[in-house]
Design a protein around this ligand. Sequence first.
Ligand code: C2E
Ligand code: CA
Ligand code: CA
Length: 753
Amino acid sequence: MPPPITPLEQSKDDQDDLVFLEEHPTAPAVPGARNVWRVMIIDDDEDVHSTTTFALGNLDMQQRPLEFVHAYSAGQARELLKHEAEIAVILLDVVMEQDDAGLHLVRYIRETLNLADVRIILRTGQPGYAPEIDAIRDFDINDYKTKSELTRIKLFTTVTAAIRSYEQIRKINDSRRGLNQIVHASTQLMSLHGVQNFASGVLAQIADLLGQDGNGVLCVQECPEDGCHKLMVMATIGSYRHLDNATLCDQDHKPVYDAMELTLGQRRNIYGPDFITLYFAGKASRDFVAYLDVGRAPTEIDERLLEVFCSNVAVGLDNVELVTHLHNAAFYDQLSKLPNRTRLVEILDATLAGPARDEATLSLVDLDHFAETNDALGHQFGDMLLVAVAGRLQTQLGDQLTVARIGGDIFCVLGDSSQVNPANILALFAHPFSIDGQDVQLSATLGLVRLGEHEGSGADALKDADIALKRAKSQQRAGHFYFSRSMGVEIRERVRMMHALRTAFGQNQLFVVYQPQIDLATRRPVGAEALLRWQTPDGKFISPDRFIPIAEYSGLIIDLGEWVMRTACRELVDLRKAGHTNFMMSINVSQVQFRHPHFLEMLRKALEDTGAPPEFVELEITESMAMEEPDMLIKMLGQIKQTGVSIAIDDFGTGFSSLSYLQRLQIDRLKIDRAFVTEITGSARGSSIAEMVIQLGRNLGLAVIAEGVEDERQAQILQALGCPLAQGFLFARPMTATALNGWLSNDALEGAA
Ligand code: C2E
Ligand code: CA
Ligand code: CA
């Protein structure tokens, strides 16, 4: 038996070449084991070896020659197969040492060595030794031929078919392995946070896919504004670590830069002899590119896998970048670069949970009249001003503070109470801000919360600060206000009441009562004021002084007011039907209602639908309302007057209406506030204000009515002063419609008598 002519040495050389390649990435690629098809001939008949090599020697499949490995016994084959790699086809003699030595070898190959890819063609001298059909299937035997059957042509086609089949199996397995790896890689990558980590992960995974040590760099191409592309390094691996955070230009790192530029230009991966560049298409003209040194040129399958990987990862890379961007946009104010409200709430939560809590104060800093400055000097100027304020807050209050911008012109300062206090913060606004060579004097109003006294979340603390700020502003002394717990209770109570009121309105817990108005001379009723009542299911009455402001604040007053208007008009019509035809109905109208664009329409419709005669309907508006926006009011009152209803000014004397202004308003009646009626008998000054109002009415040709008349003495003084009409508990308390009907029919007559 001649020594086996195995290409073992050759194969070793290949291995060595590979090792050599990996150590010297610049060495030219040398055909490795995968560039030939390896066919193993196992036969104890020497002649079979030589005829086979002769028959197949020139076979070239897909530009790859065959390479033979020879074994002359099953035993020798076992030994060889332990070390030989990448055998594509085994031509195996069934009968060797034993009659079934070949079949045992097949079991050994498949089950012990776990070589699943290799194709096996069984050959036997005699037809009688054919293996069971089960064995052929179980051991994945490609073909079974008697030696006489295997003519040169037949052998050629059989081996060709086996090699093709081997190649497919390898491809499938490689792809499956690769795809598994990609899936694995993607899952790994998704768990990484931050774009830098993700990018590093991508480099590591590429190296892993290629089965190489990673040496590479990943860049993002910034949209070129100046024509010169800039490649910002996002991540590096291995020998490229020194490029961390660098920007690649064409001057330095030329080979890497050129390769990357070429890849970005051609929008595809490039596989060089000793490097690869991978292209990741990003959105919004931000593409990514990776450059890696490789020890060997990637195989076709490698390339296809990398392609799949790139398109997979491009989405992730883009998303992570986007998320990072969004994170910034979500947590930082783009103008001032300060934390925004969302971020501040996070910081507040952390502060509240930490040891600094007891000493910490939160202050909202609201720039006074910033909107006007903005309008007058332009938005660009306004932006510069805001940046200047941000800068001053940040640099001059001391370090270790959090300064945030949580709204247009509202900043927030959080830190130790020794630094965050009204004196320190307001002092920052003592000097003007110099913008564009122009001095701008600003002032600010503060709403503060001592976190040590605060119960609740960061968001709650911010709400409290806002409540304090509103209080500070409403008190109109450019200054500050510290939140106190009672304010919070009050607010929460109001919110609770707002919900309850809405429900009550829906469930008809509200009703209208009527308080008669009388002629002081005759003591006969001339009209009534409609007043809203809210009785809760447990029988409690809630004062309109409490719930009307809430209805106004929540906007519910629009529907509520309309309902009162219609109810009162209907009652007026009913009273007229009952014979009280010379009777006036006064209806309170809130400022919010009055300003509503559909108010006039609502009024007209209420009159029309109920059939109430407008000349017997009077609207009461408050004096404070009469003082605001004179032009709008004058126009509005004119339109209202055209419907035919009359207008009274409620609570007169509490505001500061100027005479000339009053003259321009088309009003019919002044209602002297209860406070001045009480004053008539209460104060030493006597009747001064009530008297003035009565005189004013007379001079302006307006009717006058006094409200809140509680005792006879008040009634008599008012009458003596020339006040013709009055309303008050002395005459009648507010009463339901039914009660009013009865009162008008009986009691009123008694009262007058
Ligand atoms: P107002 O318009 O000044 O109404 C007069 C208030 O004085 C009524 O209180 C009435 O009950 C009370 N009053 C009448 N005579 C006397 C008296 O002799 N002594 C005392 N101490 N009080 C007297 P009420 O009903 O609690 O209403 C309070 C305020 O709620 C009203 O003040 C008005 O501003 C508002 N309001 C009531 N109903 C409505 C409504 O339907 N719409 C709007 N917008 N506001 C309403
Ligand atoms: Ca009133
Ligand atoms: Ca009043």
